[in-house]
Write a protein that binds this ligand. Structure first.
Ligand code: LLP
Length: 401
């Protein structure tokens, strides 16, 4: 996506605007598949939570990807997008038994993550093999809010509770067909993955009915030129070798699964915003844009860095700015940023807005959520309309007061 193309899209569809480049998603998918190509049975399950626009799901479905869903609504979206239920993996945490039953009826692969639900499930559905999410008790992830494999995390069944699992299986006759873990997001340290892998594989050895091992995700993508990222190619070689050897040891050709969200869609997306105000103050040169934490909460929630460029004046003299939103909070997209000179009405591009951006957007301050556009085979398509006032009012019940 070059600057002229993006400016033309902002003119055509208005702003703020999410733009996704489907080619980038496709190339990331192939990059991951190639990195693990020495594994005979590899499955890449896109983590729907990262970006659940149905057209993004359709692009991935065409690649033969599977999906990782964490709510029954994500499962239904995936079915709507054309995924076969055998390619839908349901890995929720702490949901109601009723929601789990709904997923069971739809026929998707279920992952359970507590002893309590394992027992309830076994008592009623002993004939349906399930996967177990374990908690490997390793600390990994770019921020404490997105580190989920450590001992104090709510996720998974502790590796110290294997005896508890076995006794439920014995009592109910339920069979375990997969073991799953997910340790966190934005992990660049391959060692952390490999350490957790050993724990995962040791858990697999405890059961003799395993068909697949789900390594979760958490690959760190670059957020700017030269930024650190998970070396997926290097990891692919090391992890594939380890996995292939393990399969021999285990005596079965297991399937290796990953559930990437950011890796597939983060870099494919941009949020285009328009400059409402250039506001010098004694200390800071603020740039106020027509968006805010309601559209992209990552900088405020995880202190995430999102690169920002001025696509209306890319070659201007660089100045130092704070780019802020229009929400009545201190919502900041970036502080102390060196950006080519910004004027009112310029269009700024916020990079890496393909993952956890629209999907975490809200109507805070009663603002509309932006439109979404996808570039696909050289054409641009509107894939979600901008919200309007009727959308804000739709579910409100007006009392006659
Ligand atoms: N699998 C499971 C079970 C997960 O919980 C997640 C993300 C993924 C896969 C995908 O992880 P990824 O490849 O995207 O790192 N909102 C946060 C990230 C939260 C991730 C939650 N789980 C952010 O914007 O950084």
């Amino acid at each position: 996506m070059n600057n002229q193309q993006l400016i033309a899209l902002a003119e055509k569809y208005g702003n703020p605007l999410y733009v996704y480049d489907a080619d980038r998603i496709v190339s990331q998918y192939h990059r991951m598949a190639n990195a693990f190509s020495s594994v005979e049975n590899l499955k890449i399950n896109y983590a729907v939570k990262a970006n659940s626009n149905i057209n993004i799901l359709k692009v991935l479905n065409k690649l033969n990807s599977g999906v990782d869903c964490v709510s029954i609504q994500e499962v239904k979206l995936a079915i709507e997008a054309g995924f076969n239920v055998k390619d839908i993996f349901f890995t929720p945490s702490g949901i109601s038994f009723e929601e789990m039953e709904e997923a069971t009826i739809l026929g998707v692969q279920i992952t359970l993550d507590s002893l309590s639900i394992l027992e309830k499930f076994g008592n009623k559905y002993a004939h349906i093999p399930v996967c177990l999410r374990i908690n490997p008790h390793v600390m990994a992830g770019g921020n404490h809010k997105i580190s989920v494999g450590h001992i104090d995390s709510k996720f998974g069944i502790s590796i110290h509770q294997i005896d508890g699992i076995k006794s439920i299986l014995k009592k109910t006759g339920l069979v375990i067909n997969g073991i799953h873990m997910h340790t966190g997001s934005d992990i660049y340290n391959i060692e952390a993955f490999l350490n957790a892998t050993e724990i995962l594989l040791n858990t697999v050895k405890e059961f003799d009915t395993i068909e697949f091992v789900d390594f979760g995700s958490g690959f760190k993508v670059p957020y700017k030129d030269g930024d650190i990222e998970t070396n997926i190619e290097e990891m692919g070689v090391t992890l594939s070798n380890r996995f292939n050897n393990f399969c021999k040891e285990y005596g079965r050709d297991l399937t290796m699964i990953f559930e990437p969200g950011k890796f597939l869609v983060s870099e494919a997306g941009s949020l285009l915003v328009k400059v409402n105000v250039v506001k010098p103050t004694p200390n800071i040169l603020f740039i106020g844009v027509d968006s805010g934490l309601n559209h992209l909460i990552r900088p405020m929630m995880y202190d995430s860095y999102h690169h920002i460029t001025n696509i209306s004046n890319p070659d201007g003299e660089e100045k130092i700015y704070d780019i802020v939103g229009y929400i009545c909070e201190n919502d900041t997209f970036g502080s102390n940023r060196s950006i080519s000179e910004i004027s009112e009405n310029d269009i700024l591009r916020i990079h890496n807005a393909g993952a956890y951006s629209f999907s975490m957007a809200s109507n805070y301050n009663s603002r509309f959520r932006p439109a979404e556009v996808m570039l696909y085979n050289g054409e641009d398509y509107l894939i979600r309309k901008r919200e309007n006032f009727e959308d804000l009012m739709r579910n409100q019940v007006i009392l006659d007061l």
